[in-house]
Design a protein around this ligand. Structure first.
Ligand SMILES: *Cc1c(COP(=O)(O)O)cnc(C)c1O
Length: 356
């Protein structure tokens, strides 16, 4: 493991006074983590520095061909002052899966975790404590060779930045309305859908704008080949409860394997619910909504943790699920996952890692 140099800021920023106005992804803490890669030294020079703008050549490869990987996770401060990360090993493993797919050199897991912990420790006073708030953590890698040819870059920057974020739901869980998109697609098997990378997001913008214009908050994607099978929501995986069984699309290469998704599956099985990971066609869903067997639907992802879905729209049919309210499994998952994350519930599954 490499030793991290720490340079503390001489000009600490004013911390936000009102935690109810944090929003998401707008405020950044006093420090950042940086590590560099070149073929001679590998990943080297890990350091924590004051948060600052970076300077890159306009020819840096990331600007032209999108060679970049990112992650998203959160840190929480418990009532008794501990600082917890939620399953960071899963994010680190996924980051390196994404890196391999994107021809980015893998980051040694221990340097990644060590950097993460160090940075969060340095900026621990920025972790908000009101219910539902957290410190959002954004690790990412960019390709930096100044070169316009198409090939994997030789040099990279790995950075981690932190953003205190507000409660996703101001007043308890709130069901969302989701648009099932059958024109645009997000990803195809064999593409980069299972990597966490900017390219998947730029591919999604057009449909997201369309869905917003129609009054829907997010897009549910269908498979890119037949546009028939359910894949996932913008930045969340999707679950259904049909006839008493929990059903979620099987990881098929074009779906992002969410850490929250894996945790939901584990918890549901732990509670004795039957969980099926399989293909689900949109026709099956429409039929289940019609005959009343579609009991619940929720999205899972780091930002909202659990997002109950009250309405799904596919072409001209609007499906109301569970009366448009919050289903019992959605609520129990939300309470359990957030309870473990914030240290309110005992972590019997060993999912949290202490920063301190
Ligand atoms: C990050 C992400 C998710 C959710 O993953 P978590 O690890 O649960 O946060 C789902 N879908 C996409 C496309 C994502 O980028």
């Amino acid at each position: 493991m490499q030793e991290i140099k720490v340079e503390l800021t001489q000009n600490p920023k004013q911390k936000p006074a009102d935690e109810s106005k944090l929003g998401f992804g707008k405020i950044f803490t006093d420090h950042m983590y940086i590590m560099e890669y070149n073929p001679e030294k590998g990943w080297h020079n890990p350091r924590v520095e004051p948060y600052h703008a970076i300077s890159l050549e306009p020819s840096a490869m990331v600007f032209h061909y999108g060679q970049e990987m990112f992650e998203g996770m959160k840190a929480y401060k418990t009532e008794d002052g501990r600082i917890l990360l939620f399953r960071p090993d899963k994010n680190i493993e996924r980051a390196n899966n994404s890196n391999r797919r994107l021809c980015i050199p893998e980051i040694p897991a221990e340097d990644f975790l060590n950097g993460l912990k160090k940075l969060v420790e340095v900026d621990q006073d920025w972790i908000p404590t009101q219910p539902g708030t957290s410190l959002y953590i954004r690790p990412f890698v960019i390709a930096t060779d100044p070169f316009l040819g198409v090939r994997p870059s030789d040099t990279y920057l790995f950075m981690i930045i932190l953003s205190p974020s507000g409660a996703y739901y101001e007043s308890g869980l709130d069901p969302v309305k989701i648009w099932i998109e059958d024109d645009y697609v997000r990803a195809v098997r064999g593409g980069i859908g299972e990597a966490k990378t900017g390219g998947n997001y730029v591919a999604s913008l057009k449909a997201q704008v369309k869905a917003h214009d129609e009054g829907y908050s997010q897009v549910l994607w269908l498979d890119g080949v037949e546009r028939k099978y359910i894949e996932e929501v913008g930045a969340m995986n999707i679950f259904f409860k049909i006839n008493g069984k929990v059903v979620t699309p099987v990881l098929n290469g074009s779906i992002l394997p969410g850490v929250t998704r894996a945790s939901c599956i584990d918890l549901c099985r732990h509670w004795g619910l039957e969980v099926e990971e399989r293909r689900i066609s949109v026709d099956e869903l429409v039929a289940a909504a019609k005959d009343g067997s579609l009991e619940e639907c929720w999205g899972s992802g780091t930002a909202a943790v659990i997002s109950p879905v009250g309405h799904l729209r596919f072409e001209d049919s609007v499906m109301q699920i569970g009366g448009g309210g919050i289903g019992p499994v959605s609520q129990k998952l939300y309470d359990t996952v957030t309870g473990i994350q914030t240290g309110k519930l005992e972590d019997t599954l060993g999912w949290t890692v202490r920063v301190k």
